[in-house]
Write a protein that binds this ligand. Structure first.
Ligand SMILES: Cc1cc2nc3c(=O)[nH]c(=O)nc-3n(C[C@H](O)[C@H](O)[C@H](O)COP(=O)(O)OP(=O)(O)OC[C@H]3O[C@@H](n4cnc5c(N)ncnc54)[C@H](O)[C@@H]3O)c2cc1C
Length: 426
């Protein structure tokens, strides 16, 4: 059990804490305490807006402000964050610490590319401010640093003007993985938002069929309807018994999804459906039953060739656990953070059901491929990577740990992830 503190006064509760967490939407152990009983701070009540400059779009806010609140306040006024992940139930602090990316990574890079200033409490207890020019090493280590450089108290980000709150979306159904990979790149030349969903439960030639979704903010002329941000959400009330969500049921689900996207279509789409399809179903993770699932997200470097990505698919096909969901994005920009995830290449986010031993073996095989191909895994999605595998794939870790020791000589700031992967003491 953690000793988790919540307060509007984040400065106060971070004084004795070993880690700060936000809305807990990271999939693995990044926001969990390093040991039972360890004191951690939860930022969600520290959610005030501090300032907004209407001319420049610079927004300063407390780290616990949620993306959902930000959207509700700013989207109707013609502003939005330049980068959004696939859920709005995240905090600003969590977005910085994971250096999150969205469907427009190929255009805007990561969230960290739009962060201008951070105020944080170090492990030593001192409160400091940093930016690209003031304490730049601390600034870049904090972007994507998984909360391990200190407690983020306040953040300034650059907001973006949007012409309307609606999205203009195009959906394309595709039967073949190689074509999807090529179309994703081609579409990225015209569309700021692109993403593909792939059916990896279908047999034979259907394996890898799916849909490509492209989008951009709709123009004022296209956005003919008023937009309501009051969205009805349904909840999954209980853990679904494993028997309901077996491989066969998921195959059916994917087949229905594929049928839905049968017609290629284009038109106005609600931003909620476009950016956050899973947020409509509260506690959707309970659908995976008592055993739950894990996510594995890797980026496979691919310059002009799609060959490494195709080989990764061949590997996925042979895993001993099924892949219930696969989301594919095009990455074009390396992250700015010292240990940020993105690299130029294709990223694959895979949902795998949890099965003792078999899931670990599947993660190991995926990671061995990532190492051989010079890729990376996304720490915020990880719970099963072995420390030796991470070391082999990421030569930046020693430098990152050295920086951490500089600001936190006693090694106070830790998480379950940093104990598992970075050699911190439990
Ligand atoms: C349905 C779904 C879709 C997602 N889609 C995407 C996506 O498209 N792209 C993407 O990049 N990610 C995606 N994610 C992951 C998610 O965006 C990140 O895990 C994000 O960091 C979660 O924010 P949070 O506030 O919940 O942080 P938490 O999960 O609470 O914490 C995540 C990390 O941030 C640190 N942290 C949080 N707040 C602070 C703070 N104030 N100071 C210091 N450290 C802090 C924690 O210590 C931890 O290491 C998705 C997650 C879900 C559930």
């Amino acid at each position: 059990m953690a000793d988790e503190r919540l307060s509007e006064n984040l400065e106060r509760i971070t004084r004795e804490a070993t880690l700060t967490r936000g809305l807990g939407r990271s999939y693995g152990d990044a926001s969990l305490p390093h040991a039972s009983g360890a004191r951690i701070a939860n930022s969600v009540l520290a959610n005030r807006l501090i300032s907004f400059n209407l001319e420049t779009g610079a927004l300063r806010a407390e780290a616990g402000l949620s993306l959902q609140s930000l959207k509700e306040i700013f989207l109707p006024r013609g502003w939005f964050t330049p980068v959004t992940p696939g859920t709005q139930f995240v905090t600003l602090g969590g977005m910085v610490a994971s250096d999150v990316h969205g469907k427009n990574q190929h255009v805007e890079g990561d969230f960290g590319h739009h962060v201008r200033w951070i105020r944080l409490r170090l492990g030593s207890g001192e409160i400091v401010e940093c930016s690209e020019t003031v304490e730049p090493e601390l600034f870049f280590a904090t972007i994507g640093g998984m909360g391990l450089t200190g407690h983020i108290l306040e953040v300034e980000i650059q907001m973006q003007r949007v012409e309307s709150p609606w999205i203009w979306q195009r959906r394309e159904r595709i039967h073949d993985v190689a074509i999807t990979l090529r179309r994703l790149r081609e579409a990225g030349e015209q569309w700021p938002f692109t993403v593909a969903w792939l059916d990896l439960l279908a047999d034979g030639r259907d394996f890898g069929r799916g849909a490509l979704m492209c989008g951009r903010w709709a123009t004022r002329a296209e956005a003919t309807k008023p937009l309501s941000l009051q969205v009805k959400r349904r909840a999954v009330p209980v853990d679904v018994p494993g028997i309901v969500l077996n491989r066969r049921a998921m195959r059916l689900f994917n087949a229905v999804q594929f049928k839905w996207s049968q017609r290629d279509s284009e038109g106005l789409e609600h931003p909620e459906t476009f950016f956050y399809p899973l947020d409509k179903l509260l506690d959707w993770n309970r659908m995976y039953g008592k055993w739950g699932f894990i996510q594995h997200q890797a980026v496979i470097p691919c310059d002009d060739s799609i060959e490494p990505a195709l080989q990764y698919f061949d590997l996925i096909r042979t895993l001993e656990v099924p892949v219930y969901l696969c989301v594919l994005k095009d990455c074009a920009h390396e992250g700015r953070g010292t240990i940020s995830f993105p690299l130029q290449g294709y990223t694959f986010a895979l949902d795998l059901p949890f099965r003792p031993d078999a899931t670990q073996r599947a993660v190991d095989r995926l990671n061995e491929f990532v190492i051989e191909n010079g890729g990376r895994i996304y720490l915020t999605k990880d719970g099963h990577t072995r420390a030796e595998h991470l070391r082999a794939m990421d030569p930046r870790l020693d430098g990152f740990n050295e920086l951490r020791r500089r600001w936190d000589p006693e090694g106070r700031i830790r998480s379950a992830l940093s104990v598992r992967l970075l050699g911190d003491t439990p």
